[in-house]
Ligand binder design. Structure first.
Ligand SMILES: [Zn+2]
Length: 503
């Protein structure tokens, strides 16, 4: 038995991102765990004849990113179906759907359009009818709560969609969009293709662990099959939609049950909608529509979900964007659970949290699960200025205030897009002015997610004994002029190189 390392990384700038952030030249890995953090000279003693030696060439090495809120199947769909995110206008969006129609059978699906910067507005039923008059066509908006259908799709889903969620010109929202998701649910083989594509993308962005939000999906079974066959290269924490609460209670599934690859996370529930769709629940009316949003789950039902989940040993992850919804979630955690901090109950998004709500978040020990990439909409000419007016758009996504209050802050992408460094760039230079330091932003994307997943003892910061889940960056985020210029050079999960873009 030798104590030789399986792999060593030398000649680098290794940041632990612990408190304090310590730096080393080199790191050794044995049996999937960090076995040494030290100088090149000292780590060289761990090198045996079978040890892989990876020369970092001065690059920065960090703990791998934990993306604490993803929709992995959707990320896969962006790779496998029409990706509408980069369409510059409505015409490009329709062109991408036409291409997808030519390359596929059955449903024609496109994902992630964002008309907020288009001169000619969102696509309409007529645009999608022009893609096909014989096959169902759907384009889902970036917020995932809004979609547009063609005539065939509207007819096919008619019985499943509540009339109140079906608008003009083929536009549907909320529960009608859920009916669409059910209709296009992938088969197990299709799901495996989507998850494999998402996993490749996540690894290429430096992500080593994800918290996936799953609902009436075969994804959990497919993940477990991939893990059993050694095909997972991200660690997966499953946050199950509240529809599954009966089943989770019956099975005795508890938060943190599972393996080092696939584990049970939280029960996920909504409260309100989104700012993009004008359905987030606000205490003061929207600047454009004059409405105040809508409940997707009423506060009374939310309290019952929280009460039942907590009693069953299940963490809760509650989506709340508007201040009214945030208040309802904090109330539910405070009144329905003996100790919200112990279960690390989560508040997803918290985009319009007030000062008082941020204080309460910290006091209750609730995890603020927030998305720095949402700052793409908070600029002076952005979508939030339209929806909320010039003043309120500045009071969104307040990471600085959350950090200053001492609340637990976990960053994630919500798959819009799945790209931690894109988010970190916004967190350190947000249009609202409430900036984090580079170290704080990186910690929210590493230690923050690890804490939200009860795994801070082995992930999120590097120490001897922690999982060898690592990311190597091409440049230093502390020294780069533009953070968006820093690229992922290599990703390592469980000691194995799963992505390598080095020349
Ligand atoms: Zn989400």
């Amino acid at each position: 038995m030798s104590a030789d390392a399986d792999v060593v990384f030398v000649n680098g700038e290794v940041h632990t991102l612990g408190e304090p952030d310590e730096t080393y030249e080199a790191l050794a890995v044995r049996d999937g765990r960090v076995s040494r953090l030290d100088s090149d000279y000292e780590v060289d003693f761990s090198v045996g004849v079978e040890t892989d030696v990876i020369d970092l060439g001065g690059r920065v090495l960090l703990p791998g990113f934990v993306d604490a809120h993803v929709h992995f199947a959707t990320t896969g769909r962006y790779r496998v179906e029409a990706d509408l995110r980069d369409a510059a206008d409505r015409g490009e969006c329709v062109d991408a759907l036409r291409e997808q129609a030519a390359a596929s059978e059955g449903w024609v699906l496109g994902w992630g359009f964002d008309e907020s910067t288009w001169p000619d507005g969102a696509p309409t039923r007529a645009d999608l009818d022009a893609v096909s008059e014989t096959r169902p066509v759907a384009a889902v908006r970036v917020d995932m709560h809004t979609a547009v259908l063609n005539g065939v799709a509207l007819e096919r889903l008619d019985a499943a969609m509540p009339a109140g969620d079906v608008g003009e010109d083929g536009r549907i929202v909320e529960n009608a969009v859920d009916a669409l998701y059910e209709a296009v649910e992938p088969s197990p083989a299709e799901m495996r293709e989507l998850l494999a594509a998402a996993q490749r993308h996540a690894n290429a962005r430096g992500v080593t662990a994800v918290h996936d939000m799953v609902r009436r999906s075969n994804a959990p079974a497919v993940y477990r099959e991939m893990a059993a066959e050694g095909d997972l290269s991200v660690r997966v924490r499953l946050n199950y939609w509240a529809d599954h609460l009966d089943a989770l209670e019956e099975l005795g599934a508890r938060t943190n049950h599972g393996s080092e690859w696939v584990e049970t996370g939280a029960v996920k529930t909504f409260t309100d909608g989104s700012l993009g769709a004008g359905t987030a629940k606000l205490s003061e009316p929207y600047a454009d529509s004059g409405g105040t949003g809508q409940w997707v789950v009423e506060p009374e039902e939310l309290r019952e979900i929280v009460r039942r989940a907590d009693a069953a040993g299940l963490q809760v992850a509650a989506h709340a964007i508007g201040d009214e919804a945030i208040e309802a979630v904090l109330d539910a955690y405070e009144t329905e659970t003996p100790n919200p901090g112990k279960m690390r109950h989560r508040l997803e998004h918290a985009e319009l949290a007030t000062d008082a709500q941020i204080e309460r978040l910290a006091e209750l020990g609730v995890v603020a699960s927030m998305q720095p990439n949402f700052h793409r909409w908070t600029g002076a000419d952005g979508l939030y200025a339209d929806r909320l007016g010039p003043e309120r758009r500045r009071g969104t996504n307040r990471f600085r205030a959350v950090a200053d209050a001492g609340a637990h802050l976990a960053f994630s992408s919500d798959s819009m897009p799945l790209d931690p460094l894109y988010g970190v760039a916004f967190a350190v230079d947000p249009p609202t002015g409430e900036a984090l330091s580079v170290t704080e932003a990186l910690r929210a994307y590493t230690a923050g997610g690890a804490y939200a997943g009860f795994s801070e003892d082995r992930r999120g910061a590097l120490a001897v004994g922690s999982d060898a889940d690592l990311v190597v960056l091409d440049g230093s985020p502390w020294e780069a002029d533009e953070l968006t210029d820093v690229a992922v050079a290599m990703t390592v999960v469980d000691g194995d190189v799963v992505y390598d873009a080095r020349p």
